[in-house]
Design a binder for this molecule. Structure first.
Ligand SMILES: Nc1ncnc2c1ncn2[C@@H]1O[C@H](COP(=O)(O)OP(=O)(O)OP(=O)(O)O)[C@@H](O)[C@H]1O
Ligand SMILES: [Mg+2]
Length: 271
């Protein structure tokens, strides 16, 4: 765990302090999550603390079972912590009702999953609009926005396709467009390139680079070093605890981008 954890969280960051320090997208302190099963209690997170400033791009790494998805689900308000505090912006998640959490989830957070989680019966444009259904927002403006997002992720010519008619990379692009339809506070991605080949991984990471360049905060779980090296920061979990927290130098990020590009070009040249 880092040694300079300050007490208090983002409440201290507001008004007077905010001129010199970046605002926080999220702040967690001594976060714990226990899953209570019949025979045992699994301590998936055992007191994790860190801050994520707005505009950061964090890769969460760590062995299988170390608590990465648990952490991401808490950040995404899909589940509630057992203990500790979790702020999104200046809102204390622990204090919220289920309805308030659902509201935050559907308006401020974009999710991308390894297995895309698209609805097979719906077209590309309809899938992108799914988060809006839950808010009862389904006008022509929303449809136009979904079409623009499809265009943005390179699927402008696939608007009426169903997921089964798309490649894995194209399906993940639909999922990214869906995650952006609410103009979310931040984008959370759990192994978004886990099922993709290196060419497609590169394309998806290029979209994340672009989103981050626009100022969006990204938190991504990955097992792959070359994916993590493209983030601005790597947080490693081990046994439900924060193991290391390192900044990725600009040189390393550029090198990772180049290495991936070269590998892709080599692959394409062989085909
Ligand atoms: N719903 C659940 N009920 C009970 N135990 C759970 C639940 N979800 C996760 N766990 C347990 O919590 C621990 C952390 O799981 P988690 O899914 O967060 O790991 P992970 O780091 O994402 O692993 P992977 O890299 O395999 O995806 C594991 O021991 C897991 O078995
Ligand atoms: Mg996981």
């Amino acid at each position: 765990m880092s040694g300079n954890d300050s007490v208090g969280g983002p409440a201290l960051m507001s008004s007077e302090a905010s001129t010199s320090m970046p605002r926080l997208a999220t702040s967690i302190r001594e976060l714990t999550k226990e899953y209570v099963l019949k025979s045992e209690t699994v301590r998936a997170l055992r007191g994790v603390s860190f801050d994520v400033p707005e505009g950061d791009y964090v890769a969460i790494m760590g062995p299988s079972g170390s608590g990465k998805s648990t952490l991401l689900n808490l950040l995404g308000c899909l589940d509630k912590p057992t203990g500790g505090s979790l702020y999104l912006g200046e809102d204390d998640i622990a204090e919220m009702t289920d309805d308030e959490l659902a509201e935050i989830r559907s308006t401020r957070i974009g999710f991308v999953f390894q297995s895309y989680n698209l609805i097979q019966q719906l077209s590309v444009v309809e899938n992108i609009q799914v988060p809006l259904y839950y808010q009862g927002r389904l006008g022509s403006g929303e449809k136009r926005r979904a079409m623009e997002l499809a265009e943005r992720v390179g699927l402008g010519d696939r608007l009426d396709h169903r997921p089964a008619q798309l490649s894995g990379g194209q399906q993940q692009r639909v999922a990214i467009a869906r995650s952006l339809v609410n103009d979310p506070f931040f984008v959370l991605a759990d192994e978004p390139t886990g099922n993709l080949d290196s060419v497609t991984t590169d394309e998806i990471l290029a979209i994340f680079d672009e989103l981050n360049d626009e100022g969006r905060t990204i938190i991504l779980v990955t097992h792959e070093d070359d994916v993590a090296d493209r983030a601005k920061r790597i947080v490693r979990l081990k046994d439900g605890m924060l193991h290391t927290d390192e900044q990725v130098s600009e040189e390393r990020r550029v090198a990772a981008r180049l290495a991936q590009r070269e590998a892709v070009e080599e692959l394409l040249a062989r085909e």
